[in-house]
Structure formats: C-alpha cells, structure tokens
Design a protein around this ligand. Structure first.
Ligand SMILES: [Zn+2]
Length: 233
C-alpha cells in the first residue's frame, strides 16, 4: 500500500466516523436493511488510471450493477453516494452517510502498486484498538463495548465479502486487513473498503474491464451482504 492509498483508506475511514449520527439502522427498524455503496473518486478525481481502466468509472459501474443485482430480491436496499461521474468531496460523502444512516457501508476502490505482480482483491476493515478504557468508568466502558460491536460486525461483514469474492477470484484474495488508520474512535456502523483488484496487474485489469466479470463481482458482493444480514443477531 503506497502513501496515496494509505491516505485514501484514512480518508474513507475518517468519513465513516465523522459522517454518522450516534446510532444507525433506520433500515433495520423498518425490517429492511440499507446498504450504502460508495463508488470512490469521480468527476475531476479519476483515481487509478491504467491503460483503459479508470478507477472512477469502474467503481461507479460496479455500484450501479450492485444496485441492479440487489433489486432482484435481496433483503436490503442499496443507496449510492454518487450515481454519476461527478466530483465529490469527503465532506459531501460524509453528509450523505449522516443523512441516510445506513446499516453498513462498502467503499469501492481499485488497487494499484506493490509492483506488477500484486494481484487480487483486498478487504479492509476498521482497526481494533484497545477496547476497554481503564479507570472503571461504566459509561466509558459501555461506549467502548458499543464501539466494539460495530467493529465485530465489520469483521463479520468482511468475512462474508471475502468468502463471496473468493468465488470470482479463487485464491486471488490478499486476505482481510486491519486498516492502518488511527482514526477509528467513534465508528458507528460496520464499514469496509473493498479493493476489487489491481489496475497495475495485466490479468486483473483484463478481468476488471470485462463486463461479465464486473457483473460477477456485483453478484458476489450482493451475495456476501445477503448472508451477512441473514446472520445479523
Ligand atoms: Zn481509490
């Protein structure tokens, strides 16, 4: 992960934290879950560029395909942070999250770097920090436990997403990763960053720009989300 990617992960995780009202789950209250898909980049900000692949287009296309796929009877609704090629600041994304209060969030990216041999998808979840603050303050402890349950849900969601992506890219996953961000203090919903593959790897790039593979990725992500919600305690 180069410095730019690190910054992106930091940004996205920061927006997970800052954009949310205290308790999310408006969808769950209506017995219908809501998933917010965040196609990263857009407009003036193209993201990774490699050959004909443009990250901003690919993430948007995937998000639209995911929404289409979920409409075929998934147990959740999909909302998108953007549904067109437009520049979106972090604060706009953050506001969208705060307004919608989704049950979980997937931020879609395309990977690059690590040399030409790096390939496969990556799933990042928020990092675990120490869970219980010292001092025996019960309010602090309760807050920490609440926080911890969101983190646990993020890991559970990450495991489902990984399992479903394995069906599209067998043995190509680079595994689940604890996001290297110190900014995870007040995370209130499960959230992941999904790097769908490497633009810098010829084989990945070929797959990612193939419409059938894009559909397969969208189906896999919807399948992972469906399983995750079936198992919500
Ligand atoms: Zn990106």
């Amino acid at each position: 992960m180069d410095r730019l990617r690190l910054r992106w992960v930091g940004f996205t995780l920061a927006l997970l934290i800052t954009g949310l009202a205290p308790l999310s789950g408006s969808g769950a209250q209506q017995n219908r879950y809501m998933v917010l898909i965040d196609p990263a980049h857009g407009g003036d900000e193209a993201g990774v560029l490699a050959d004909k692949l443009r990250e901003k287009d690919l993430t948007l296309n995937l998000a639209l395909l995911i929404r289409q796929e979920a409409q075929k009877g998934a147990n959740f609704d999909i909302q998108l942070t953007r549904s067109a090629d437009r520049t979106m600041t972090m604060s706009e994304r953050s506001k969208a999250i705060g307004a919608l209060q989704p049950d979980c969030l997937l931020s879609l990216h395309v990977n690059a770097g690590f040399g030409k041999k790096a390939a496969g998808y990556e799933v990042y979840f928020p990092g675990f920090r120490q869970t219980i603050a010292g001092g025996g303050d019960s309010i602090v402890i309760l807050k920490d436990m609440e926080k911890n349950s969101y983190l646990n849900d993020s890991v559970r969601l990450a495991q489902q997403i990984q399992a479903s992506l394995e069906t599209v890219f067998p043995r190509k996953g680079r595994g689940l990763r604890d996001a290297p961000s110190p900014l995870l203090d007040v995370l209130t919903i499960p959230g992941l960053i999904v790097e769908v593959g490497f633009a810098t790897c010829t084989e990945d790039r070929k797959k990612l720009t193939d419409e059938e593979t894009q559909k397969a990725i969208a189906r896999a992500l919807v399948r992972g989300l469906r399983t995750y919600f079936q198992k919500v305690p």
